[in-house]
Design a protein around this ligand. Structure first.
Ligand SMILES: Cc1cc2nc3c(=O)[nH]c(=O)nc-3n(C[C@H](O)[C@H](O)[C@H](O)COP(=O)(O)OP(=O)(O)OC[C@H]3O[C@@H](n4cnc5c(N)ncnc54)[C@H](O)[C@@H]3O)c2cc1C
Length: 812
């Protein structure tokens, strides 16, 4: 056989293999197809003897894989041994974290072949009439009642009036069911309320956040005994009890399981009676609401050295609810969080003796505290901080858009300079991505999903995007955002950024360890099943199960290799559930999902347990997963919205940015992959035509920058959910009014400037020019009034505060 003939036959064979893998053909089908090919090759292909012998030998191996006994004893048994050697050891704590919560769209991305129906069937974001009324009523009212400057620099607290209002109107009970007196709002409603109050006051947002996120109410609802629920939930709903939850201490931060805080089961006197209870000793810090809490949720390690409640001596992390007035428990001292000094402080307990029924869920739940916490975190983490990030981002996007339009330099609104429009575009784009992901994720949680990995993605990426947004906004504002005072609406958000980054799982840890680390086990279709099979004590069952999962896993990897290669060559082979301008993004997500699944498998195979320690690689794998998740939610949110024209430029920006990011992170993984041969082979499958995806064009970025600096429908939509009541202390409303007037006033101002240039009028100030222009009838009185009002509002926004030495002494 000549060289050309050999190449043609090889290509045909390779194409057949790729098609079989791409179509996820069963082993039997693949064997028959290979057999038929070899037969034809033998008869018509004139192969040399060596080729023929090798090919038939390989075919014989393939046939043997179809015979379970041979496959198990000669292949799976050996692989099982290898797996036992390389599988990372998983501690009980990690196991509980991995098991916590569920999987949703993240599982689809991990599959390499996402079923878009799962995402598309997620309900559209919609509030009930009652939830909307709460937003239009009490939420608007409380926003009006708060005063960000006083809270942050004078009082270091909300006023008593606001505290009472929050309690009376049920702000602390949004997640508590109605039967206990709560509001029983959907996750979307909680996110929307939290987001709106964040546009007004960070202190307000943090204060309302804790009772509606991971804390006593949430824990009671899931694990409390009926008695505990009936007694405490109505008090939490009415605000009679103010909760906090204390996990962190000086010696245990990110690794909360290392806490030295103890509870020792012993006999003691409680309310005059001798009972079996627990003596608690603990030292907690950074606890939100601790200084005002009446009910302290506490995590500690429970020991029973005298076996008063059972055979076990060491129960492990346990959660209890302790009244703050209990003897030996000290609260009150405060920390001062950066930028937004909400109630946060220490809780110290020395020999605090309490009954065992303070344990959430009673004695049966002793030692199950860690599991409780990670399970509750799996949903709550996707709502509380992300919704604050959404509110903050919206407020920053809208105020910065307005500011850039009304602030002029060189006689031009600064929004017209490309140098400003570009960061403005980034602000708009990221705000859209945050909004889309918060809405879509909240709706998924509302349908009962508890996506643990997604909640980590949401927490990390929304707070990181918010940080980027506020940094760009600070630069756009220049000195205006630097000078402290009631007129500075940017500084507290800028200062407070690190709070969101740190709480509920510090971001570096979340990115390096949680997103991919938990995802790889939780979302991968086979890894956990294989581990469970490996851990089976019965050897026969272990081998039988392992064999099944392992061969499915091999098929899955081959399929992802084929999909990655084919879709990397052309997107035309991919499918999309839509045929509009966003079609290509669906196909690109499909492509990178396959590439990600392949990369995950090979990384775990090659690096085994050491992947856990290679945080820089696993962080980047997590980035790929996150980008694909956020791009998907951007598309879903776009589909859910009626007015598509309004959103499209932002969808393009968001999807291009995120998919480009996914591509670049894969590239970074490959250039840093420890095994160079494997990296080169992976590159062939993932980037057969090189890195061919580009990020958003500058034109696209400038376009959306422009759209949010004018009164457009795009801006209106992005600003939805902001506190915009037209009242003197609301700078956002003043800016809206100024922007309203801009379209009318700016041309008038331009006419004045033209007239001055032509020498028709003279004057140094705007007032002098207006007077002269009026006299010359270049402008009408109405136009002069409009321009005057625009200038007044503009200067109200542009001006910053100044203080006398005496006043300064009253500011903290
Ligand atoms: C304003 C505020 C409010 C809070 N409210 C509460 C509350 O109500 N209740 C409560 O219990 N706690 C609360 N916390 C505590 C918060 O959850 C912790 O601050 C957080 O868990 C991090 O702990 P740490 O600050 O001690 O940082 P450390 O754990 O010391 O971490 C320092 C750095 O190391 C990184 N890091 C740690 N381990 C790893 C790793 N394996 N790989 C890579 N990086 C790693 C972290 O990401 C971080 O960047 C609050 C904190 C703040 C700041």
């Amino acid at each position: 056989m000549g060289l050309i003939g050999f190449i043609v036959w090889t290509l045909v064979f390779f194409t057949m293999l790729v098609v079989l893998c791409y179509k996820e053909a069963e082993l039997r089908t693949a064997t028959i197809a290979t057999g038929v090919f070899l037969l034809i090759f033998t008869i018509f292909g004139d192969p040399g003897n060596i080729f023929l012998a090798v090919d038939w030998l390989l075919f014989a191996v393939l046939v043997s894989f179809n015979i379970p006994e041979i496959r198990r004893n000669y292949v799976s048994k050996q692989v099982l041994k290898f797996y036992k050697a390389v599988l990372p050891s998983i501690s009980q704590t990690e196991k509980e974290a991995i098991d916590a919560g569920g999987i949703w769209w993240d599982g689809e991305i991990f599959s390499g072949n996402p079923n878009w129906d799962i995402l598309r069937n997620n309900p559209k974001p919609k509030l009930t009439t009652e939830e909307q009324a709460f937003l239009d009523g009490p939420v608007e009212e409380v926003c009006q009642m708060t005063d960000n400057w006083s809270e942050n620099h004078k009082d270091y607290d909300l006023t008593k009036e606001v505290w009472d209002f929050l309690k009376n109107k049920g702000f602390f009970s949004m997640i508590i069911p109605k039967k206990y007196g709560g509001l029983e709002f959907s996750p979307l409603a909680v996110a929307t309320v939290m987001s709106k109050i964040a546009t007004r006051s960070g202190v307000l947002n943090s204060t309302v956040g804790v009772p509606n996120s991971l804390g006593p109410a949430e824990l009671l609802l899931h694990y409390g005994t009926p008695e505990q629920r009936n007694e405490l939930l109505p008090k939490l709903a009415s605000g009679e009890e103010i909760p906090c939850f204390a996990l962190t201490g000086p010696r245990a931060g990110s690794d909360a399981t290392a806490m030295p805080d103890t509870g020792v089961v012993c006999k003691g006197k409680f309310e005059g009676e001798e009972i079996i209870g627990m003596k608690l000793n603990f030292n907690k810090r950074y606890i939100t609401l601790a200084p005002v809490a009446t009910l302290v949720g506490l995590a500690f390690k429970l020991y029973d050295p005298d076996h008063l409640i059972g055979d076990q001596s060491d129960y492990g992390i346990t959660c209890a609810l302790i009244p703050s007035k209990t003897k030996g428990l000290e609260t009150g001292n405060r920390h001062l969080p950066l930028g937004i000094p909400f109630m946060n402080g220490t809780i110290v307990g020395t020999d605090v003796f309490v009954p065992l029924d303070y344990i959430i869920g009673g004695i049966e739940q002793a030692g199950k505290g860690w599991r409780m916490l990670v399970e509750c975190l799996s949903a709550g983490r996707a709502i509380s901080l992300p919704s604050g990030a959404m509110g903050g981002a919206k407020a920053v996007a809208c105020s910065t858009g307005s500011y850039a339009r009304i602030r002029e330099q060189f006689n031009i609104p600064i929004a017209e300079f490309e140098g400003i429009a570009e960061p403005l575009g980034r602000i708009a784009g990221y705000t859209y991505v945050i909004t889309a992901s918060v809405n879509t994720t909240a709706m998924a949680i509302g349908t009962g999903e508890k996506p643990a990995v997604i909640s980590a993605i949401m927490k990390y990426h929304t707070t990181e995007m918010a940080r980027k947004i506020v940094l760009d906004a600070m630069d756009i504002h220049g000195g205006k955002a630097v000078m402290r005072g009631p007129k500075n609406y940017m500084a507290s958000g800028y200062e407070a950024g690190p709070i969101g980054i740190t709480v509920e799982g510090a971001n570096i840890l979340t990115r390096s360890l949680i997103i991919f680390g938990q995802g790889a086990f939780r979302c991968h279709p086979y890894i956990l099943k294989e581990i469970e099979a490996v851990e089976q004590e019965n050897q026969d069952e272990s081998l039988e199960q392992f064999d099944r999962h392992f061969f499915n896993h091999v098929a899955y990897t081959l399929s992802n290799s084929a999909r990655s290669l084919v879709l990397g060559i052309s997107n035309r082979f991919g499918n999309s559930p839509v045929t509009d301008e966003t079609e290509n993004y669906y196909k690109q997500i499909n492509r990178f999902s396959a590439a990600f699944a392949l990369l995950t498998d090979i990384s775990m195979l090659v690096l085994g347990g050491s992947l856990k320690r290679k945080e820089t690689l696993s962080a980047r794998l997590g980035d790929v997963l996150s980008s694909l998740y956020l791009a998907s939610t951007t598309l879903k949110y776009y589909e859910d919205q009626g007015d598509k024209e309004t959103d499209l430029p932002m969808v393009h920006w968001g999807c291009k940015t995120l998919i480009f990011e996914a591509q670049n992170k894969i590239h970074e993984i490959l250039i840093n992959f420890p095994n160079r041969f494997v990296a080169a082979s992976l590159r062939l499958f993932i980037f057969p035509l090189g890195r061919n995806i580009s990020g958003p064009s500058i034109k696209n970025t400038l376009e959306i920058g422009d759209l949010i600096s004018r009164k457009t429908k795009t801006r209106e939509k992005l600003c939805q959910g902001i506190y915009l009541k037209d009242e003197p202390s609301n700078h956002l409303a003043i800016m809206e009014r100024a922007l309203d007037l801009y379209e009318t006033a700016h041309p008038i101002k331009k006419d004045l400037m033209k007239a001055r240039k032509k020498g028709l009028i003279k004057g140094n100030t705007l007032q002098e020019l207006m007077d002269a222009a009026l006299k010359q009838e270049i402008i009408t009185q109405t136009q002069a009034d409009q321009l005057h009002e625009f200038d007044r509002l503009t200067m109200d926004i542009i001006n910053v505060d100044d203080f006398s030495e005496k006043e300064l002494k009253t500011i903290r």
